[in-house]
Design a protein around this ligand. Structure first.
Ligand code: FDA
Length: 503
């Protein structure tokens, strides 16, 4: 075996020989290494002193650089952590929890071109583009087109589409991953493949099977969806003393059954429930729906704002529609935070008394927040095996437990983490069971992490967490993995293991 530094030197030499310019490869000795490593990081938990750091960051600028990183990494025993937007909740795109692993970050931030063909209703987006950059480009091309994806504009296209991706258009058009038409990927042999050359099994796996496992996706062809030139949004807040528990209890049955042009999500924090809506149409019609389905919420004309769809993305990201659209292009976003999140799917309404007792959790000084995203509509009519994302019909909503904090140190971390874990444990009787499911893009290493069996990650061990994210699709994902990356080059703490051949 080569020594650690010998292997790293050989990897760097291989990159240079393959034509990757040295200025695109930063090592810990380079002055800009720290800035490059840390700039997109959204969770400081995984850059604390002592966390193993990459031996190099390869800031690929063209497909050949990414191909070289894969070939050289494989040849010289350096694994790759692929990073697009860097928003992974458990830092898996830039950190490794296994101190023995030698790894480099393959940073795709330069793959951020978004090309919109409004006439065809399609676009190509680089993995390193942010959702905000996609929304901005689509909005600039047409007021009548949109792309259905998540709410935070600094989330990267690469990780988001790899794990599903839901936001305000999901009840009408499904996930971001449901609207991918083609993709360009570097496979474990360093080949550049598209949908035709990768084949339908691999194309299925990369649209929701989670990032990292199957290759490095460089760009995605998106189906844009029609939206009216004017949509309506509102945010109304009801406190605990304004019957918030009653409203949330009713919301659980109402929101997933609303017309699919309407999404009504809830953010519960401190002693308030904030109801946030987007309707693909005008205020008058929205108010008709609210009166018919949820009169108790008491929404009035004064609550409505009629805006373009692209402006609605600014509204949901910054709680104001008057902020400049150019904020969508700001890649900096919120940094300097420590984050822990977990998620559940709710299939039966949680009883009123449980919501009532949840306030005591939410009013604690170390409390985080809950985000309730209703499914139903289009989400309920796509088969659970159509993509690896299985949480379709029968799920009322996704429940996210989210905590962030700014204080450094273990005491602050333990307090916040125990809040998230404690409330999650308390909710167990009321959420999906056998398995208790979660959303892979709300990555949660508490569910389990990979263990090695020989030279590859163990399928049997990974089932514990894998079936929580993917249910019955997990085995097919593992079969695709065995076909395209049997040596398990692309791996991390929660990558898909290859299905053993005896299975
Ligand atoms: P990042 O670059 O960290 O990658 C995530 C994972 O995918 C890593 O394992 C990485 O190795 C792998 N990966 C990245 N690029 C890849 C590529 N090109 N090819 C192969 N593998 C790749 N979700 C949602 O559905 N709706 C929402 O509204 C939100 N909102 C939201 C807000 C905030 C503040 C955060 C931090 C997160 C969300 N999310 C979300 C979750 C988000 O969708 C999830 O974290 C994505 O994986 C982030 O994608 P990035 O490219 O930014 O992550």
């Amino acid at each position: 075996f080569a020594s650690a530094s010998g292997a790293t030197d050989a990897f760097l030499g291989c990159l240079a020989a393959a034509g990757v310019p040295p200025r695109l490869v930063q090592t810990p000795a380079s002055p800009s290494y720290d800035a490059l490593l840390l700039s997109p990081v959204r969770n400081l938990r995984y850059v604390a002193p002592g966390t193993p750091r990459p031996v190099a960051i390869v800031a690929a600028a063209e497909p050949a650089h990414a191909q070289a990183a894969v070939r050289c990494g494989r040849r010289h025993g350096v694994r790759l952590r692929v990073r697009s937007g860097g928003h992974d909740y458990e830092g898996l795109s830039y950190a490794s929890l296994d101190g023995r692993e030698r790894f480099a970050v393959l940073d795709l931030a330069a793959f951020r071109e978004v090309r919109v063909d409004a006439a065809r209703g399609e676009a190509w987006a680089g993995s390193g583009a942010t959702l905000g950059e996609v929304y901005y480009a689509v909005g600039a091309a047409s007021r009548a087109l949109a792309f259905p994806a998540g709410i935070c504009p600094t989330v990267g296209v690469g990780g988001h589409l790899s794990g599903g991706g839901f936001g305000t258009l999901m009840r009408r058009y499904g996930l971001a991953a449901d609207n991918v038409l083609d993709a360009v990927l570097v496979d474990a042999d360093g080949r550049l493949l598209n949908r035709t050359t990768m084949g339908e099994d691999l194309f299925w796996a990369i649209r929701g099977g989670g990032g990292e496992s199957f290759g490095t996706v460089l760009s995605w062809k998106l189906r844009l969806v029609p939206v009216p030139e004017t949509v309506t949004v509102f945010t109304v807040r009801r406190s605990r003393s304004q019957s918030a528990s009653d409203l949330i209890t009713k919301w659980q049955e109402i929101a997933p059954a609303l017309p699919r042009d309407l999404i009504l999500r809830v953010v519960v924090q401190s002693n308030d429930a904030q109801f946030e809506a987007m309707f693909l149409g005008r205020c008058t019609r929205l108010l008709d729906h609210m009166r018919a389905h949820f009169p108790d919420l008491g929404v009035t004309q004064a609550d409505c704002e009629e805006i373009s769809w692209v402006r609605s993305t600014v509204y949901f990201a910054f709680y104001s529609s008057s902020k400049p659209l150019e904020l969508l292009l700001d890649r900096t976003g919120e940094t300097g935070r420590y984050v822990k999140a977990k998620s559940d799917y709710v299939q039966e309404p949680i009883p009123w008394h449980v919501w009532e007792s949840t306030w005591s959790w939410l009013e604690k000084p170390e409390a985080g927040l809950l985000i309730l995203d209703p499914y139903g509509g289009r989400m309920g009519s796509i088969s659970p095996s159509e993509t690896p994302f299985p949480h379709r019909k029968g799920n009322l909503y996704n429940l996210q437990y989210y905590s962030y904090w700014f204080e450094n140190g273990t005491a602050a971390m333990e307090k916040r983490m125990s809040w998230v874990r404690g409330l999650y444990n308390e909710m167990e009787p009321y959420v999906s069971k056998n398995p208790r499911t979660g959303y892979v893009n709300y990555r949660d290493l508490d569910l389990g992490t990979n263990e090695l069996e020989g030279n590859v990650t163990s399928y049997a061990k990974a089932k514990v967490w894998g079936e929580k994210y993917f249910k019955g699709n997990f085995e097919r994902l593992a079969a695709v993995k065995a076909m395209v990356d049997p040596d398990d080059f692309f791996r991390n703490e929660q990558s898909i293991p290859p299905l053993p051949s005896a299975k």
